[in-house]
Write a protein that binds this ligand. Structure first.
Ligand code: ATP
Ligand code: MG
Length: 426
């Protein structure tokens, strides 16, 4: 029978890869905890309407990318394509936003039916951060300071650059949209097909077009900047001042609009030039209207999401994964013969209790001494403990360093912890 395979664009993360995932996750967790962000965990499935109402009907995600299906009782459900909508839903549902501000984060798989390629998958993972109830540019700046700290912690600071923009309030965007449509309509036939369609559905997204001719036409298009309301302008200049004061470098990209409808005022992207077309590793912005739009009390908000696959790809491409990030064991315990097996398990337990930072692999499944030592070597362990009939009788353990030429020594069982501590510098 033909073997069943994984779904295209949905990857297994194999044991060889999990250490770098854990390293990135742990580093992010530490940074976020350092700023007082609290973790929230939401389901991966939500009512389809939640995404339609928040992300917007005429966005790439809702039009083309959602995994939507009917539940057995006929409800339309969707595998979450992003985390903001579910986070807002959960925060509202449980009263987390009532008269208070919140700093939340989450991590997990997201699902989008896109064309799989390097850095773009159908199941991918994001770490998302959402802040509620803080309207000033100070919290926008904090998010960027925090991400900059994360890049430093991962060694990525010189490989990422920050682009920011303000897309104003929905009123100023509306006035700008009219001007943009009026301008572009004269060039309708020369726009790429997607942009022609967007001219009536979502004209701001045309600014995002990668098509060279469309980009050329956009050169002389009206600028969002000229339609910006005073409040957004002030917000943006204060944000820039805070970033300057914090020593965060950025460029203002007036074409940066982001693909989701709920953004307003500040938007930003952290971009790398080392991953080709899939260069955005972290993206976000302010979405002051979304909570109310989803039925909650008006609550300002700002957040971002970063793609873990792209971050990990970047670390690997640049060879920035620390050598200590691996699956290596520290100690491998071999045993030959029945009585030795019981002793080996007892000694292993003692080592785990006394030196809890170590990975102690106890050989199981028998086999010759030679094959056990081969496995010890392959485990990456720095030391092997060796138990045979002789050791059991003498009450000793053989201790053999595996990464030096030093020979095996016989150590009394009561001294094995001390000997390992010394050998492994614990
Ligand atoms: P893109 O323009 O690359 O499609 P996006 O604007 O759709 O990105 P967001 O919705 O802002 O992306 O998601 C935030 C981050 O999540 C992206 O910057 C990226 O790092 C990651 N991401 C988004 N879609 C995918 C995907 N299909 N596969 C892997 N990572 C993704
Ligand atoms: Mg996308």
């Amino acid at each position: 029978m033909a073997k069943i395979q994984a779904i295209r664009g949905m990857n297994d993360i194999l044991p060889e890869q999990t250490p770098v995932w854990q390293y990135v996750e742990e580093t992010v967790r530490q940074v976020l905890t350092g700023y007082g962000y609290q973790e929230i965990r939401m389901p991966v499935v939500e009512q389809t309407d939640l995404f339609k109402r928040s992300i917007g009907e005429v966005t790439d995600i809702v039009e083309k990318e959602m995994y939507t299906f009917d539940d057995r009782n006929g409800d339309s459900l969707t595998l979450r394509p992003e985390g903001t909508a579910g986070c807002v839903r959960a925060a509202e549902e449980h009263g987390l936003l009532f008269n208070q501000s919140r700093r939340l984060w989450y991590m997990g798989p997201m699902f989008r039916h896109e064309r799989p390629q390097k850095g773009r998958y159908r199941q991918f993972h994001q770490i998302g951060v959402e802040c509620f109830g803080m309207d000033g540019p100070d919290i926008d700046a904090e998010l960027l300071v925090l991400t900059a700290r994360l890049w430093r912690a991962l060694g990525l600071h010189s490989h990422t650059r920050l682009e920011i923009n303000s897309i104003g309030t929905s009123e100023s965007r509306k006035r700008y949209r009219e001007a943009l449509v009026a301008y572009l309509s004269d060039f309708r036939d020369r726009l790429d097909a997607d942009s022609q369609r967007r001219l009536t559905t979502n004209p701001l997204r045309i600014l995002d077009s990668k098509n060279p001719e469309t980009q050329a036409i956009l050169q002389d298009a009206p600028s969002l900047d000229d339609y910006m309301d005073e409040e957004s302008q002030l917000h943006f200049s204060r944000l820039k001042a805070l970033l300057d004061a914090a020593g965060i470098e950025y460029t203002v990209n007036p074409r940066l609009v982001r693909g989701l409808d709920y953004y307003g005022k500040t938007v930003f992207e952290w971009i790398t030039d080392s991953l080709g077309a899939q260069g955005t590793v972290c993206a976000g912005g302010r979405y002051d209207g979304l909570v109310e739009q989803l039925g909650g009390k008006p609550t300002v908000a700002v957040g971002f999401a970063m793609g873990l696959e792209r971050l990990i790809l970047l670390l690997e491409t640049l060879d920035l994964v620390p050598a200590s990030v691996n699956n290596d064991a520290d100690v491998y315990v071999t045993a030959l013969g029945e009585p030795a097996v019981a002793t080996a398990q007892r000694v292993s337990e003692q080592v785990r209790s006394a030196l809890p930072g170590l990975t102690v692999v106890t050989h199981c499944g028998g086999g010759s001494f030679k094959s056990q030592m081969k496995k010890a070597d392959r485990s990456g362990a720095r030391a092997a403990l060796i138990l045979g009939d002789n050791e059991v009788q003498a009450g000793t353990v053989g201790l053999k360093p595996l990464r030096s030429d030093a020979g095996q020594q016989e150590v009394p069982q009561s001294e094995v912890i001390e000997a390992l501590r010394k050998l492994l510098d614990q």
